[in-house]
Design a protein around this ligand. Structure first.
Ligand code: NAP
Length: 461
């Protein structure tokens, strides 16, 4: 008979390999589905392997937890795509709560004999787990709009936060030196929970997706620390992978918005702004589906720029019809994908993949920007901030320096959106007032469907 420890080690190694492959495959739309499967199978193996662990004294409790987890998990898996950021935040919150509780239990089980190394990793686990738990709940609440989206700020806020953090660190050091001071532990855990709330309140709703990636990183690092405390290699590796991938993702998102980490975390971005304190009335041109269809028909090449509105309208299948219709007419159609279009990284890729738009028609910002100048029509569908030329030209703009899709260089620009309302960053878009721009007002799905109907039928088309 194979010893249980060997079975556990073998399943853990396969799980780790699957986690690494999953991350690799998830980095390309073409292999992303395989990546999801690899991650799921890896997680299943990790759970099954752990169930062989000899130290388990009662399977009943685990069975109840599995049923409860499934009851919570199934509806969470079925949320709308636009609600995925807050859903992800909730997952982080649950994971971090689990890490904090395990860390707390380990502390009380081990006292008074807690070696300095174990106490150090337990402190790291509880502080990161605690702040990620409350921080993620706050982030989910802001994104779901059950909490105010605007940054809540007060004088000396950062100083207060740093002081509290320093006190928590001081307590951690004391516990490492004198672990029998158990009365300090609840204060330490409470400070971690409080710090999570205080860290998130000054951050505006607009920055929440980036904050969630950062919290993802903290959750991974706390799980990694838990792995050291429990001497579990799978947790160490999986936590490190989670922590580092969350960090890399948040760096990519910050770069795509030309923001620094400190600006996202402490910049209170997202306070209501109007240019020079006044809302200007500016002239723009608008058109209906008939005119839009005629312009598209006359084009040789078209670049479609999808954004958050496409996700809201669930227009991806209609866009596929438009794409098919134009391609059949010999018009070259490409899709320009901005790294932070939508509300989460890869949002547009997922939507367009749902409608089976060929991956080789999707171009990343750096690859397509040089093509706008030769493009007949740039058709912007529910995208706003990621096309705003103010990011290039207006030093006073909050998005100045953010790399954008250079839609304004196309010969003609058409923008489908419902109104002249701003996008996520809450600022006006100069693109809409250019002579070459036509505003196409309406819901993205309904408007694209009208255009498809208007495109005159051709023999053999
Ligand atoms: P956006 O700037 O938020 O603009 C979306 C536009 O879609 C809005 O102006 C809205 O205008 C329109 N819209 C909404 N519902 C619509 C519907 N049913 N039909 C047609 N149009 C509709 O979106 P974006 O250009 O994709 O930019 C993303 C923003 O999110 C950026 O500011 C980015 O920094 C931020 N962000 C993204 C991420 C990420 O990971 N993707 C992370 C952090 C921050 P109307 O209301 O007039 O229709």
């Amino acid at each position: 008979m194979i010893p249980a420890t060997h079975i556990i080690e073998a399943t853990y190694i396969i799980a780790v390999v699957l986690f690494i492959l999953s991350l690799k495959w998830l980095s390309s739309p073409a292999s992303a589905r395989r990546g999801v499967w690899a991650g799921e199978v890896g997680m299943l193996l990790a759970i099954v392997g752990t169930l062989f662990y000899r130290g388990i004294v009662d399977y009943k409790g685990i069975a109840i937890a599995l049923v409860l987890g499934a009851i919570i998990g199934v509806p969470l898996g079925n949320v709308q795509m636009t609600a995925v950021p807050q859903r992800t935040a909730l997952s982080h919150a649950f994971g971090a709560l689990c890490v904090t509780l395990v860390g707390t239990a380990e502390f009380y089980l081990r006292t008074p004999n807690v070696p300095a190394f174990v106490m150090s990793v337990l402190s790291l686990e509880v502080i990161l787990g605690g702040l990620t738990f409350t921080g993620s709940l706050m982030a989910a609440g802001k994104l779901q709009e059950v909490l105010p989206q605007r940054p809540i700020t007060y004088r000396n806020q950062n100083a207060v936060n740093f002081t509290l953090f320093a006190i928590a660190l001081g307590i951690a050091v004391r516990l490492v030196m004198v672990p029998t001071d158990t009365w300090l532990f609840p204060i330490f855990a409470a400070l971690a929970l409080l710090f999570g709330v205080l860290l998130i309140i000054p951050i505006g709703g607009a920055d929440m997706p980036t904050v969630i990636a950062i919290l993802n990183s903290y959750a991974g690092l706390s799980a990694c620390a838990m792995g050291f405390a429990l001497d579990n290699k799978l947790l160490i590796v999986a936590g490190a992978l989670d922590g580092s991938s969350g960090l890399i993702l948040s760096i990519i998102m910050c770069r795509a918005m030309n923001r620094s980490f400190t600006n996202v975390l402490f910049g209170a971005f997202g306070q209501i702004q109007t240019k020079h304190g006044v809302v200007e009335q500016r002239a723009y041109r608008s058109a209906g589906p008939e005119e839009a269809a005629a312009i598209l028909e006359a084009a040789t090449n078209v670049i479609i720029v999808p954004g958050y509105g496409l996700a809201v309208a669930q227009a991806q299948h209609k866009i596929r019809e438009l794409y098919d219709s134009l391609m059949r007419r010999g018009i070259d159609v490409k899709f320009a994908i901005h790294p932070v279009a939508g509300r989460m990284p890869g949002h547009m890729n997922v939507l367009l993949a749902e409608a089976d738009i060929p991956y080789d028609r999707l171009y990343e910002m750096d690859d397509i920007n040089s093509e706008f100048a030769q493009c007949d029509v740039a058709l912007v569908i529910g995208a706003n901030d990621v096309t705003n030329p103010a990011a290039r030209t207006d030093k006073t703009s909050p998005i100045y320096g953010m790399p954008i899709l250079e839609v304004d260089k196309a010969h003609t620009v058409m923008v489908i959106k419902r109104s002249m309302n701003p996008g996520f960053a809450g600022i006006d878009n100069d693109l809409y007032y250019m002579d070459k721009t036509l505003m196409l007002f309406g819901d993205a799905k309904a408007f694209v469907s009208e255009i498809v109907k208007e495109l005159p039928a051709r023999v053999g088309a």
